[in-house]
Ligand binder design. Structure first.
Ligand code: NAD
Length: 497
């Protein structure tokens, strides 16, 4: 059995804790590896390594950092297929989707390659007689990243390229369910010439997360995962005096108006609901069909759901793979049953699907549940599986009100040919990322990613300008170089220009 170890100080490390967790192959249902679960001492070793590395990396020149970032960018690009295979085998998503994930992560690396421009400060000449004023930003020290299973390469890449480019050192605690992509990333950093200790990986569960949150030498914590854990990370990290950004779960709605192109809207809805088996924080899990759009929409998405090719992520024919664990599958199946019991209509039932040759895989078929109301469990729970709920509304304003009453606010979309309706939607909806005829509006790396309400705790969204601000702190310098012979004009009153 392969063992996934930690990466500390530029090399693999077994640490002292002997606890482990199984790593499954979701397509076969078989265990393929075990991952070490770090204890407090192992986390401390990683933090100490990062702390020592910060002494020099924090002082490195911008051009030194850019050289390493460019080299890392080239290596990730060259190894994209290897990364995609690792992701597909441990997560279950199809290879093309895994490649897309690496590509979107790589875009953050490319953004971080521009760090000399991104870190330019401000300068005001002669704010008072002989006085200049300027600002610049410095790194924080050791930063930690705690990431979810659903994007094992991309979500860590939302964090560490920016943290490292700004001069910090980093300890990543990836999901214990699909830990291997982070180990290849660590090898690629080493090959790119990153000094030992700047990038470390500790695997683990709550024990390792708590050790990072409580560690006095960790300056900042970036978290992406479910809402209850995000809330907990934010509270505990803030209590320990750290800077914290914690991105949580989601219930993303797509409004479909009667004036939308039905084929276009249903194609995109099906892809956004069932792509990656619905295990995306930006997946569309609730369609709000307005007025006469509803019946035709349900018919169209149901036909496309039935036609979706479900299979192993390694099979080039597959459009959708399994979900992450047997427990996740059972929970999704239970929720579908609850939806039916609470009065919704099962238009397409994905329970009981078996994939020939993969009978023990963790599969659930695409499921469409019609006539869902906002009190039902299938609506209030983040299902995180291939389940699309359809809610019916009478007007665009009612649809917006439904979205605004939901506690989450990650992403949302509208399908329409009306500019007026789209503008009303974009201004009125209390959600962080909005798509107009774009179902999964994930911003490019040079913008910041993040939701509102229970989808984000803390002020900072991730990557883009807010990422640069999160991983740095500003200094403002007021400077005067008086002529040695000049008479002093010091005074006891408060300085004014
Ligand atoms: P999760 O919250 O279970 O786990 C996330 C991380 O927290 C993992 O590293 C895990 O080991 C750790 N963790 C789990 N339980 C913990 C505990 N009790 N104490 C401390 N740490 C703990 O999330 P997941 O199931 O891996 O990922 C799916 C969730 O992530 C979904 O809710 C999804 O919406 C969310 N997500 C959000 C975004 C976003 O950008 N907002 C992006 C991706 C995923």
């Amino acid at each position: 059995m392969r063992t996934v170890s930690h990466w500390i100080g530029g090399k693999p490390a077994t640490g002292t804790s002997t606890r482990t967790s199984p790593v499954w192959n979701p397509a076969t249902g078989a265990q393929q590896a075990e991952v070490l679960l770090a204890g407090t001492a192992d986390v401390d070793a990683a933090v100490q390594s990062a702390k020592a590395a910060f002494e020099t990396w924090g002082q490195s020149s911008l051009s030194q950092r850019v050289k390493v970032l460019f080299a890392f960018r080239e290596l990730v690009n060259a190894r994209m297929d290897d990364l995609a295979e690792i992701i597909s085998d441990e997560h279950g998503k199809v290879l093309s989707d895994a490649r897309g994930e690496v590509q979107r992560g790589l875009e953050v690396v490319e953004f971080a390659c521009g760090i000399p421009s991104l870190l330019k400060g401000e300068y005001s000449d002669q704010v008072s007689g002989g006085v200049d004023l300027f600002s610049f930003r410095q790194p924080l020290g050791v930063c930690a990243g705690i990431t979810p299973f659903n994007f094992p390469a991309m979500v860590p890449m939302w964090m560490y390229p920016v943290a490292i480019a700004t001069g910090n050192t980093f300890v990543l605690k990836p999901s214990e369910r699909d830990p291997s992509a982070s180990m290849l990333a660590a090898e690629l950093w080493a090959e790119a010439g990153l000094p030992d200790g700047v990038f470390n990986v500790v695997h683990g569960d709550k024990e390792s997360v708590d050790a990072l949150l409580d560690h006095p030498d960790v300056a900042a914590v970036s978290f992406v995962g479910s809402t209850p854990i995000a809330r907990y990370i934010h509270e505990r990290g803030i209590a320990a005096g750290k800077r914290v950004q914690a991105l949580g779960g989601a219930k993303n709605h797509a409004i479909v108006l009667p004036d939308a192109g039905l084929d276009y809207a249903s194609d995109h809805l099906v892809a956004a609901a069932f792509g990656s088996a619905g295990e995306r924080c930006m997946a569309i899990s609730a369609a709000v069909a307005v007025g006469s759009a509803a019946d035709a929409l349900v018919e169209a998405v149901s036909a496309k759901a039935r036609a979706t090719k479900v299979g192993s992520g390694r099979d080039a024919e597959s459009e959708m793979g399994p979900v992450i664990t047997a427990a996740a599958r059972d929970r999704i199946v239970d929720l579908i049953g609850t939806g039916e019991a609470q009065g919704a209509t099962l238009a397409v039932d994905g329970r009981g699907l078996t994939v020939p040759g993969h009978e023990d895989g963790f599969f659930v078929g695409p499921t469409v549940i019609d006539r869902v109301t906002t009190e039902m469990d299938v609506y209030t729970e983040e299902i995180f599986g291939p389940v699309l709920s359809v809610i019916r509304a009478d007007s665009v304003d009612e649809a917006i009100a439904i979205i605004n009453a939901n506690p989450y606010g990650n992403g949302t979309a509208i399908f329409t040919s009306s500019g007026e309706a789209a503008r009303r939607f974009q201004r009125g909806v209390n959600v962080g990322m909005i798509g107009i005829n774009v179902p999964i509006p994930v911003p490019m790396a040079y913008y910041s990613f993040g939701g509102w309400k229970d989808s984000l705790f803390g002020q900072s969204h991730i990557h883009g300008p807010e990422g640069i601000a999160f991983y740095t702190r500003a200094k403002v310098v007021t400077a005067r170089w008086p002529q040695v012979t000049a008479a002093s004009d010091s005074s006891f009153h408060f300085p004014t220009a």
